[in-house]
Write a protein that binds this ligand. Structure first.
Ligand SMILES: Nc1ncnc2c1ncn2[C@@H]1O[C@H](COP(=O)(O)OP(=O)(O)OP(=O)(O)O)[C@@H](O)[C@H]1O
Length: 253
């Protein structure tokens, strides 16, 4: 039985009079990729930022690896890796310089080149952040979440705005990070991404969890209600055509 590395119980968050998170509860098991899915404004980022200790909750309880968020936020910070928005990096610094800077903040000694290898960016070590493509920036920002050797990483919409190949490359990267034993919590608007990557997902709507299970079981439950797609679906879609024609290999734009 896997242990619960994150437990969230009856979490509420109000911004003034507006309640963005309305009493949600869920557990994340150690070593899983857990997805928070939901439309714009559902409360996904708010929930993530509360667990990341970056935002105050209104009420409810959160534990990370047995540590209570109210009493041990600093200990929790040491266990987690948080992805910055790509606007959060000094654009004029080289990748190796940025890694050394972050490592210094975490008081970690790491080899920047080894870290860049894990995200396939060694050949960009001397490039400035602003010179990277969108996909490369995302890969680099995922690399920086790993600097403090976290047990859990939080990825907020990591593939938004990327082309189909860059998205698939990030899926491979995220799967590899999990294979090393790191727990991953991810938010996404892409259902194909959640289906491929996530062991379990919670679907959030208007601040409430309306479903939670493995993608497979959620689909089976829907089918069991008699649901059928309105028309026969072809064996491939336009994205398959695009990937078939342009390849799945890593491309540097
Ligand atoms: N600092 C804030 N002050 C006031 N309202 C906020 C603040 N941050 C978020 N909200 C509101 O809370 C709700 C939830 O926002 P949140 O960013 O958590 O949603 P989300 O599910 O991550 O959405 P998206 O998919 O668009 O990123 C939204 O209605 C948003 O406008």
């Amino acid at each position: 039985m896997q242990k619960n590395i994150i437990q969230v119980k009856n979490l509420h968050k109000k911004y003034g009079d507006f309640e963005a998170v309305k009493g949600i509860s869920f557990d994340v098991k150690e070593g899983e990729i857990f997805g928070l899915l939901g439309p714009n404004g559902a409360g996904k980022s708010t929930t993530l930022e509360i667990i990341e200790t970056l935002r105050e909750k209104t009420s409810g309880e959160v534990w990370v690896d047995g540590l209570n968020l109210d009493t041990s936020p600093n200990e929790i910070k040491k266990l987690i890796g948080v992805q910055l928005q790509t606007s959060g990096y000094y654009p004029g610094l080289k990748l190796v310089e940025l890694i050394r800077l972050f490592a210094g903040l975490y008081n970690e000694v790491i080899d920047p080149y080894t870290l860049l290898d894990t995200v396939n960016l060694r050949d960009k070590a001397g490039a400035k952040f602003k010179e990277l493509s969108g996909g490369q920036k995302q890969r680099f920002s995922i690399a920086t979440t790993l600097i403090n050797k976290p047990r859990i990483i939080f990825l907020d919409e990591p593939t938004t705005g990327l082309d189909p190949q860059a998205r698939r490359n990030l899926w491979d990267l995220i799967s590899n990070i999990r294979k090393q034993g790191t727990t991953v919590i991810i938010t996404t608007h892409y259902m194909d991404e959640a289906e491929v990557l996530c062991d379990r997902v919670a679907i959030i709507d208007s601040g409430k969890i309306i479903a939670m299970n493995t993608p497979d079981k959620l689909i089976d439950e829907l089918v069991a209600t008699g649901f059928e797609r309105p028309k026969e679906v072809k064996k491939a879609n336009l994205e398959d055509v695009f990937i078939h024609l342009t390849g799945h290999v890593l491309r540097e734009q």
